[in-house]
Design a protein around this ligand. Structure first.
Ligand code: ZN
Length: 478
């Protein structure tokens, strides 16, 4: 491991990974390697959303003071937090945007000595595109931030922060005509107090505690360790991640320490866990369904229709797999019984011609749609200031709404943040780029770097060819 070499030689290193689970798996490996050698486990730490504020401050201080040699983090340490300057930054997987990449690289670099940043490309199409087209990264300017100011969840959080800084006055506008109504609502929620013609902050909490720059959802679940008679809260998980991370039977890893979830009180938003030592972690399967609620815009293009509108996404965790550390073998599974999570968001979709099933076989259609899901999820972030996690692709062989084979891409945030509207405008560009990415891939019939691993497809067709066929139909070039 690259990070092992740096840390072993006392080079203060930050490793950026994409998910909270990746943080914990890597911290587990590094702690295994260094236990005892670096004068205590405390030299290597994890850092991610879900750690308690006290713990986060302690890690930040350790990095500034040099008592921590290695930290594995999600983009939570990318900006805004003072951790001093480290000597090496290892970025595991392209973060999705040019600006994020520079931010992560910028965590290494002292004024008077040399530093190093290493970007390790993953096998997915977006990472491969970046390393094959370095001019995209080195030659273009960082993307412009994209945010939808009318998203009520985002607006509400920002107004709270503004009101905390300075009282609002009657008649004042905060971007929208309905500012007064939002202020009244905040008074009812006991966040503000209306005195004279001013709205004063009256809540005890700091507003920014609840605001994430990238995520508009609130309502966290807390995780309680009940191993010892004295129960203690060890972390938290946001509402949408809870069914994936803290379902009953899940192994919740925190700073490389393992806990098994014994009970999840879904209504009460609490998970009860106990310390365990096992050689596996868990990974939950998420089944996603999507329903169209409203169409904002629509345009017919030679048989294909592109649309943009509001959708309801429902996500259900039905089972999880136990994955062995190091070998990644699947060593068992379990059932999950949790309510469906629902989210209203915005989506952009392309519906294929009704008669396409006459031109290609059913299995070609299914395989092509599967290939499209994989490539589009990686092509879209090239145009948006977002990581592949911020959008999701759902393909339906026959959508109940459009009655046609349909490819949906939706904003993976409640209320939507503007990605779908932008993709609707970029429709042609998006599919052209997807085509390029598939054609640039040197593989024969398909691989994780283009349309997805071959074992995901059924039938005898070449998945690369069937995906390209569908792209041609969508672009009207065939
Ligand atoms: Zn390939």
């Amino acid at each position: 491991m690259l990070s092992e070499e740096f840390i072993k030689n006392g080079i203060q290193t930050i490793v950026f990974v994409r998910t909270r689970l990746n943080v914990e798996v890597l911290v587990t490996y590094l702690k295994d390697l260094f236990f005892g050698k670096l004068g205590g486990e405390g030299r290597v730490r994890g850092y991610r959303g879900g750690y308690l504020p006290r713990e986060r401050r302690e890690i930040e201080r350790g990095l500034r003071e040099g008592s921590i040699t290695g930290v594995v983090s999600t983009n939570a340490l990318e900006l805004g937090i003072d951790i001093g300057s480290l000597e090496a930054s290892i970025i595991c997987g392209y973060p999705g945007t040019i600006s994020s990449t520079w931010q992560q690289a910028g965590r290494a670099g002292r004024r008077h000595s040399s530093s190093v940043t290493i970007l390790i490309a993953g096998s997915d199409p977006l990472d491969q595109y970046i390393v094959k087209n370095p001019e995209y990264f080195l030659g273009s300017s960082p993307e412009h931030g994209l945010i939808n100011p009318d998203n009520l969840a985002i607006l509400y959080s920002h107004m709270k922060c503004a009101a905390f800084e300075l009282p609002f006055e009657d008649g004042e506008k905060f971007g929208v005509e309905t500012t007064g109504e939002v202020l009244k609502y905040m008074e009812e929620a006991r966040i503000l107090r209306h005195v004279g013609n001013r709205w004063h902050w009256s809540s005890e909490a700091f507003p920014s505690d609840e605001v994430s720059l990238r995520n508009a959802s609130e309502e966290n679940f807390i995780i309680i360790d009940v191993t010892a008679p004295q129960h203690r809260v060890i972390g938290e998980v946001d509402r949408f991640a809870a069914p994936m991370m803290i379902h009953e039977g899940a192994i919740y890893i925190h700073e490389g320490e393992q806990y098994q979830v014994d009970k999840l009180d879904f209504e009460g938003k609490k998970a009860y866990v106990t310390r365990v030592e096992v050689d596996y972690y868990t990974d939950a399967n998420l089944a996603v369904d999507l329903r169209v609620l409203d169409v904002f815009k629509e345009e017919g293009l030679s048989g294909v229709v592109k649309s943009c509108g509001e959708v309801m996404v429902s996500a259900l965790v039905t089972m999880y797999k136990k994955i062995k550390f190091y070998t990644h073998e699947n060593i068992g599974s379990g059932q999950v019984n949790l309510p469906e999570m629902e989210m209203h968001t915005t989506s952009y979709w392309a519906s294929l011609p009704e008669d396409i099933e006459g031109a290609i076989s059913r299995s070609e259609l299914e395989n092509g749609l599967l290939g499209l899901s994989n490539i589009l999820a990686n092509a879209a972030p090239i145009f948006l200031m977002c990581s592949p996690r911020d959008i999701k692709v759902v393909c339906q062989v026959k959508s109940t709404f459009t009655q046609r084979p349909t490819v949906f891409i939706y904003d993976n945030y409640p209320g939507g943040v503007g990605f779908s509207e932008k993709l609707y405008e970029l429709h042609g560009e998006l599919y052209k780029t997807a085509r390029e990415m598939i054609e640039q891939c040197p593989c024969e019939a398909g691989c994780p770097s283009c349309v997805g691993p071959l074992n995901a497809f059924s039938g005898s067709e070449n998945p690369k060819e069937t995906t390209l066929k569908l792209i041609d139909v969508i672009l009207g070039t065939k």
